[in-house]
Design a protein around this ligand. Structure first.
Ligand code: NAD
Length: 330
């Protein structure tokens, strides 16, 4: 099939070109983000492949449908950037990569936690300046700490397994209780109880109406002073304004973000020679106890191979039989 890939970088092309040798599709790469201004760039492609910071709203989907697109293939697990109601009414199936490497994301969450706690980001800069002192570099043992995990799906469970290895106590909140987790000693509690008890909170639930601004002024007030928050899930789970206030008064002691509320226009691009216009992000970057990474938790070789493989298999399956195993349903 002819596929238009929006929003691609050279690293995407490398994996898709290599794996496409097994599939034989015609791949057209379009570097622009997909949105209402760029949707018209497709020509006669039957499939559009999009990423998490593309916008697949009703207007974009209608344009694509009118241009003859038959399938939307997301090269991501998350689908909160797609108007699924509009896609359904246009009879435009949407497929995704439901799982590629829970290890990639869970290990990045642990990496943020270790780096923040042991202040490795500060030590790295300090010794390069010839400063070998230890002042303000003290961390705490993770062993024995209580970790609150919100969302015990694939990534949450992988994160839990790692933290159990550190000797942490795990409490969790999910709308579905997982028996395997309980057998490992994970205690499911209410969300408020998790906020009150946890020394460290790690978010692994999807973004939806129920989870939008899950971390807000009220939930922050329930938390322990100096709490650590790690978010590798979706930026809009956290009310950034509220978390900045909580950092300023010491309520939040450490904050690790791989995702940010307004990341769409900024992440994955190089703004090193520009002035960043987002004042909230700029403020976050000034705190010594905050680390922001640019939505890179998924970015491992294994994950990229799986993303390219499953995306192209989804498309091949659709072309051969009309079957759509990894279809996103409402
Ligand atoms: P998953 O579907 O396996 O697990 C999600 C879990 O969240 C499920 O157990 C579900 O029951 C639970 N959940 C749903 N609604 C909830 C709610 N209101 N409160 C609490 N829990 C709720 O998904 P996953 O593969 O583990 O991925 C988790 C999230 O990680 C994704 O939604 C995505 O946003 C994010 N993600 C980030 C990256 C990255 O690069 N940073 C990469 C992949 C996924």
């Amino acid at each position: 099939m002819k596929i238009a890939f929006f929003n691609t970088k050279t690293y995407d092309q490398k994996y898709f070109d290599s794996i496409n040798k097994e599939h034989g599709h015609e791949l057209h790469y379009i570097p622009s983000h997909l949105n209402s201004e760029t949707a018209h760039l497709i020509q006669d492609e039957e499939v559009v492949c999009a990423f998490i910071n593309d916008s697949l709203n009703a207007e974009v989907l209608t344009t694509l449908k009118n241009k003859g697109v038959k399938l939307i293939a997301l090269r991501s697990a998350g689908f909160n950037h797609v108007d699924l109601v509009a896609a359904k009414s246009l009879d435009l199936p949407v497929v995704r990569v439901p799982t590629y490497s829970p290890y990639a994301v869970a290990e990045h969450a642990v990496g943020l936690l270790l780096c923040l706690n042991r202040k490795i980001h500060r030590a790295f800069n300090r010794v390069r300046e010839g400063d070998f002192s230890l002042h303000n570099l003290m961390g705490f043992d993770l062993h024995g700490k209580t970790i609150g995990v919100v969302g015990t799906g694939k990534i949450g469970q992988t994160f839990i397994n790692i933290m159990l290895g550190f000797g942490c106590k795990i409490i969790a909140y999910d709308i579905c209780v997982d028996e395997e987790c309980q057998e490992k000693g994970v205690e499911y509690v209410t969300l408020d109880s998790l906020f009150a008890q946890a020394n460290i909170i790690s978010l692994h639930c999807p973004l939806n109406e129920a989870t939008h601004h899950l971390i807000n002024q009220d939930s922050l007030n329930l938390m322990q002073d100096g709490v650590t928050i790690i978010n590798t899930s979706r930026g809009k789970l956290i009310d950034t304004k509220a978390v900045i206030q909580a950092l300023k008064r010491g309520k939040v002691g450490l904050l690790g973000l791989d995702v940010y509320e307004e990341e769409e226009a900024i992440f994955f691009e190089d703004f090193s020679s520009s002035v960043i216009q987002d004042d909230q992000l700029s403020r976050l970057l000034t705190f010594p106890n905050v680390i922001v990474t640019s939505h890179q938790a998924f970015f491992t070789e294994e994950a990229m191979q799986k993303i390219a493989g499953v995306t192209l298999s989804n498309i091949t399956e659709f072309a051969n039989s009309g079957l759509i195993q990894n279809q996103v349903s409402l």
